[in-house]
Ligand binder design. Structure first.
Ligand code: UD1
Length: 416
């Protein structure tokens, strides 16, 4: 059982370098499947989800070498096209190999994906779009078998800007015959980064960064080296830590340009934040001011930072509402924060939160990746000791949250 122990109620002061982005690296790894050659990714985060994706690629015949955060994927041979049940359940992003495998091999077998338990995670939009592109898909219980005699470019329209479905369509379209026009695409920065990697590999994509992508299929791609950008959610986590505990910090390589809505919200809550080159400086002197926050697709407030926002409102002065519009079941962390003295009332997709200034240390359980990290942040703003169990969830997405929060001056360690 992995446990993290935090001694809180002490302002932070320090500096930290932000790891590479999980949500950018994983689809980039899937993209490597499309090319009969080598793709090199730099600044790859050393996290469980990346190790799991490496295992998936290796089980298909790719050779992966990860050293000093540089990952070389040699996909000259792809002999197997099946994601095992175990890998599929371990990580939701496993589903994005579907589009790439169809593009490369014309077949794929996978399972309905697992990952965080944050609400229902349907993949109907992914499957429907792939069918429109010429895939035949059979579902037997949780198993998915997809095959095609050749993917064809076509007009695909997503009724919701699903990040995963956008990635699957993109990956399938790169080597399809003809032109795919995808409307209603997600505009998350990680999609833009995926498009930039694919373009560097030789894909023909127009409309990058917009909700309308035009992809002209190509026969082959080329070897590429690409740098994974800093993780905006990890950056948001550590900014939240400084806001919750008070103090000041410098975050390096944190992708401030992709955190506009988050930084705006944090400023409204009283944080002084300045972006300066690749550094983000934050100072928080008072308790956060309560505001109302609503999650939504990019460029809105990210659902992945909703549980951090819940912590910040819990240690604020005043009352604030937190509305979750992306994943209906993402309030599991509220129950844990109650144990720390938080006053949170859940009404459907809304949490009504009355700030208490500070929380109290308690024994709590990480329920999911971001919720677990939020408990570490809450621990820093709590009097006494907070003991967090089931921290394996956190290591799916954070290289070493204890190392990073320690370098910001926090008293936090992993209990072995
Ligand atoms: C989502 C987030 C992404 C975040 C990631 C990890 C959004 C829009 N997406 O991406 O920013 O990094 O979680 O937590 O904020 N849906 C369907 N059918 C589908 C696919 C999705 O109904 O086929 C629904 C989901 O149930 C959910 C919403 O669409 O309510 C968003 O899903 P999607 O963007 O696909 O999720 P992820 O790709 O996991």
């Amino acid at each position: 059982m992995s446990v993290i122990v935090v001694q809180g109620y002490c302002p932070l002061k320090g500096e930290v370098e932000i790891q590479g982005s999980k949500n950018a690296a994983l689809p980039m790894m899937a993209a490597a499947l499309l090319h009969k050659g080598t793709t090199i990714l730099k600044h790859v985060p050393m996290i469980q989800d990346v190790f799991c994706m490496m295992g998936i690629l290796e089980s298909m015949g790719c050779k992966c070498c990860l050293k000093d955060r540089t990952l070389a994927i040699d996909a000259r041979e792809v002999a197997d096209t099946e994601v095992s049940r175990e890998d599929g359940k371990a990580m939701r992003s496993s589903i994005i190999v579907l589009g790439a495998l169809l593009g490369r091999c014309g077949e794929a077998k996978a399972y309905y994906p697992g990952g965080c338990s944050i609400g229902s995670r349907p993949i109907d939009l992914h499957l429907e779009a792939l069918k429109q592109m010429g895939a035949e898909i059979e579902e037997e219980g949780e198993r998915i078998r997809a095959g095609t005699t050749g993917l064809r470019g076509t007009a695909v329209s997503l009724s919701y800007p699903s990040v995963g479905a956008t990635e699957n369509v993109l990956l399938a379209a790169v080597r399809a015959e003809g032109v795919t026009v995808l409307t209603g695409a997600a505009m998350e920065p990680e999609i833009e980064q995926l498009c930039r990697l694919l373009s560097a590999m030789g894909a023909r994509i127009e409309g990058i960064g917009t909700s309308r992508l035009r992809i002209e299929g190509v026969d082959s791609l080329k070897d590429t080296t690409y740098h994974v950008p800093g993780d905006r959610i990890v950056t948001g986590t550590y900014l939240s830590a400084v806001m919750a505990a008070g103090g000041e910090a410098v975050l390096r390589k944190g992708s401030a340009e992709h955190l506009g809505c988050v930084i705006g919200t944090m400023r409204r809550m009283g944080a002084e934040i300045a972006a300066d080159g690749d550094a983000i400086r934050i100072r928080m002197e008072e308790r956060p001011r309560a505001v109302s926050i609503e999650t939504s697709p990019y460029p809105g407030f990210p659902t992945d930072l909703q549980s951090m926002a819940m912590v910040l409102l819990s240690v604020s002065q005043g009352r604030g509402d937190l509305k979750e519009t992306v994943f209906e079941g993402r309030f599991a962390t509220a129950k844990q924060l109650h144990k720390m003295g938080a006053e949170i009332i859940i009404e459907g997709t809304k949490a009504r939160i009355t700030g208490k200034g500070f929380l109290n240390g308690a024994a709590v359980q990480a329920c999911d990746l971001r919720g677990g990290a939020a408990l570490a942040v809450a621990g820093l703003a709590a009097r006494g000791e907070t003991r967090i169990t089931r921290c394996h969830h956190i290591y799916r997405g954070y290289e070493d949250i204890c190392r990073d929060l320690k370098s910001l001056g926090g008293s936090i360690q992993r209990e072995l």
